[in-house]
Design a protein around this ligand. Sequence first.
Ligand code: F6P
Length: 376
Amino acid sequence: MDSKIKKIGILTGGGDCSGLNAVINAVTKTAITKYGIEVIGYRRGYFGLYTNDFMKLDLKAVSGIMHQGGTMLKSSNKDNLFNYAMKNPDGTITYKDVSDVALENMKREGVDALIVLGGDGTLTSARDFARMGMTVIGIPKTIDNDLPATDVTFGYNTSLETITDALDKIHTTAFSHDRVMVVEVMGRNTGWLAVEGGLAGSADVILIPEIPYDLEKVAEKIAERDSSGKLFSVVVVSEGAKPKGGEIFVREIIEDSADSIRLGGLGALVTKQLQEIIPSHEVRYTNLAYLQRGGITSQFDRSLGMKFGVAAVDLVMSGESSRMVIYKNNEIQHIPLVDVVGSGVVGETSKGGSKFVDPNGTVVSTCKAMGISFGD
Ligand code: F6P
């Protein structure tokens, strides 16, 4: 193919998830074997683009990585080059637009196109590099499954397997000790991980952001199980769940991040409060936290990652730019980056615009039919 694209750069930004290495593998193989062009990978997301820290990706470099979680290129969820935090000698921080340094670095290395894997913050910058004239294709990633633009992203399926496996394991201690086991899962402002993982893992109660909870109702469910002879219960708590009339539990605010609000820790609070309501039971807490982001990548996530990777290179080589690959109706498609980023629509953000669990939809009604309480 006679294309002006001779070298592609690739980077991974935002939180890691399973499937990133499958994409890196597929991008590299497609670029080299299908199009005969070169690939380099920038380390630590946009930080590598700014510091010109990269590695050559050839077939040997990407061999054996496809099933591994995380990203061989490493990642960063800070480093917005359009508003970059520079430390002054007196310790204060000044924010500067250093995007021209990144563009200059790519020019010097002969990089003609950039493939960016990330969430809302990362892909907003991708859009802005495209606006500066760079050929850029975005690939969405998140374990949270909260992107309206795509039916699913890689990472989600592997996380669900981890959650289901953990709930199976937690059941044995819950049963053996007649305990109430509170298990916190990720998901930011949406309850997909909690509701799908909780359903498959036989949770008795699932608390999600979309359905505000009342712990008295949770206690009622536990009492109902007690009276039927089931003296243990498993309560799945989504990190973004909130009590009726109450607020989301914010762990930390990180100012120089595009996704500044960090969740996590609600499960500990729910455990303490529930223990006060039901002193007759031992209530114990497990936070699955980053276990949900790691591990061996599932078949589905490997396959989706490779499909996204191949599609991204095909787009670059056909002269497209500023597009994001998506998975809709069992097909790989692509849409303009401008339609999905910067408003929280991609997902990795607290700004809103996410794909939420429908409280009246199939998964919630299936849970209810299976006797699962949402504490509502
Ligand atoms: O968006 C993915 C995710 O794992 C969320 O589920 C979670 O709230 C967040 O990232 C954690 O981010 P960090 O790595 O900054 O703690």
